[in-house]
Design a protein around this ligand. Structure first.
Ligand SMILES: *Cc1c(COP(=O)(O)O)cnc(C)c1O
Length: 490
């Protein structure tokens, strides 16, 4: 008899569910509140005999869940991250038990493919095939791996087999996510191969600089690997001129990658359709279902036009213990479709050959659950609500003498600061204002720099976040700033 309990889920999930619902009321203090003593309770040497499941559930309920993070809170607008919705959480839990791997012919494996098709349909990614991974970091790595394969195959080298010995260039704006540089490093291209193309005042890549830089590099005999565009930069939500960039890439037979980890769902807002014109030029596109779509954390997706590049870049050599164990007669059978009689007869789509993960959770069921619950129109309503929130507070900020808008929002990020003629150092003042807001533990935006100025930067993506939360954040910035200025006077 194993010591671990392995079956009584009903009662235990009930208890954890109650603790989580309680957590979502956010009437507990922050994990770092002065009287918190969970660290003292949890910090012990590895237990020799174990305390039993009851103890585990009770510590989860009493010490761990209440001292979790603020990410799911409706007033949390830092970075680009949010808590999963109920459907996402339930589906992820179901997958943990009922399909711990995405491979094998199960309902979960089927939904892996179906949900990727749904995402492609919803976002208008015509003819593209998808692959899930842990998030935007790996999704970008996989896409750039495809680009590397494409570029080197043109010159008769298989980079996955032979490695790379030639210096190359990847073009991306100076505002691109740093996972592009990291991907270049991991893929042996070197981080320095990412050429940062300058952006305009709105944070969008300057197309004429890209064009002239590329032409010069080609004339100098350099090997371009990819042109990378942002639809929604992490910093400000800026959308690069993807149509021109895509046409330039096609004209030069260069892989065109679009990083839409945050902003691809913005295509659902019809008012922004023009900005997304050019998606069709992409060889690869990424999106993070765990951002705007509200998936449980750990779900990114890469879409590509030609999966062959991914397969040659990332395939594992076949193994006796893996491929060797499935029904080989199916592979050679002429029956259409091959006759699979047991879920273990076949692996289904070999996703493990298109990316860097073999073992992987079934993520498709989570995306399926979210879309099945609210549909494309439910997602569209969310995206538009958040974009409206950024636009509405931007108008108010622009009109207020003590607030300064640091750029018109393109999506759901709004950068601004408190200002007054009495303040000498606006950066230091706003930094301090932000710290005070966070200590207040209600409104939790992050900060960034916009054209050099320190900005308060709410990013609205949470399913739980509503217009009144955005309005109240602006009220709180004003009240905090006013009180700080009043202190100068005494
Ligand atoms: C968040 C983000 C990433 C990285 O995604 P993770 O899911 O955090 O790994 C990459 N690109 C952009 C534009 C992002 O906003």
């Amino acid at each position: 008899m194993d010591k671990a309990e392995t079956g009584q889920l009903t009662e235990n999930l009930q208890q954890i569910g109650e603790a989580l619902d309680q957590y979502l009321r956010y009437d507990h203090p922050d994990a770092m509140h002065p009287s918190a003593n969970w660290q003292a309770i949890l910090n012990e040497a590895v237990p020799t005999h174990g305390a039993g499941l009851e103890q585990v559930v009770s510590l989860l309920k009493e010490q761990i869940i209440p001292n979790g993070s603020a990410v799911s809170k409706p007033t949390f607008t830092s970075y680009i991250t949010t808590g999963g919705t109920t459907a996402a959480t339930l589906a992820a839990t179901a997958a943990n038990i009922a399909s711990p791997q995405r491979y094998m012919k199960t309902a979960f494996n089927f939904l892996e493919g179906l949900s990727l098709e749904w995402l492609a349909q919803m976002f208008g990614l015509k003819g593209m095939k998808g692959l899930y991974s842990s998030g935007g970091s790996v999704a970008n790595l996989v896409a750039i791996g495809g680009a590397r394969q494409h570029a080197f195959e043109q010159i008769g080298i298989d980079p996955a087999v032979q490695g790379v010995s030639r210096s190359v260039v990847i073009y991306a704006s100076t505002e691109c996510h740093h996972t592009i540089q990291r991907a270049a490093g991991v893929l042996g291209l070197g981080r320095q191969c990412v050429k940062g193309i300058e952006v305009d005042a709105a944070g969008r890549l300057n197309f004429s600089v890209l064009k002239s830089t590329l032409e010069q590099d080609i004339a100098d005999g350099k090997l371009p690997i990819a042109i990378v565009a942002n639809v929604g930069t992490t910093n400000r939500g800026a959308i690069d001129p993807i149509k021109e960039m895509g046409q330039l890439a096609k004209a030069n037979n260069i892989w065109f990658h679009i990083d839409g980890a945050y902003g691809l769902p913005g295509v659902l807002d019809e008012r922004l359709a023009d900005k997304y014109d050019g998606l069709e030029y992409a060889d690869s596109v990424i999106v993070d279902p765990h951002k705007w779509l509200g998936a449980a954390i750990g779900i990114g997706a890469t879409f590509v036009k030609d999966r062959g590049y991914l397969e040659r870049a990332f395939t594992q050599e076949p193994a006796d213990y893996l491929e060797g164990s499935i029904d080989q007669s199916l592979a050679t059978s002429n029956a259409e479709p091959p006759k699979v009689e047991h879920s273990l007869d076949d692996f289904g789509v070999p996703y493990f050959d298109y990316g860097v993960e073999l073992s992987s959770p079934s993520r498709g069921v989570v995306v399926w659950a979210m879309l099945k619950e609210i549909g494309v129109e439910g997602m569209r309503a969310r995206i538009k609500r958040h974009n409206d929130m950024a636009t509405e507070i931007a108008e108010r900020i622009d009109a207020h003498t003590n607030l300064e808008l640091l750029g018109q929002p393109e999506l759901s990020i709004c950068c601004f600061r408190y200002t007054s003629p009495e303040i000498d150092d606006l950066d230091a003042f706003n930094q301090q204002l932000h710290r005070q807001l966070v200590r207040g533990n209600v409104h939790l935006p992050s900060t960034t720099r916009v054209n050099g100025a320190l900005a308060i930067r709410p990013c609205f993506i949470g399913a739980r976040t509503r217009l009144e939360h955005a309005r109240a954040l602006v009220d709180a910035v004003l009240a905090t700033g006013d009180a700080m200025v009043a202190k100068f006077r005494v």
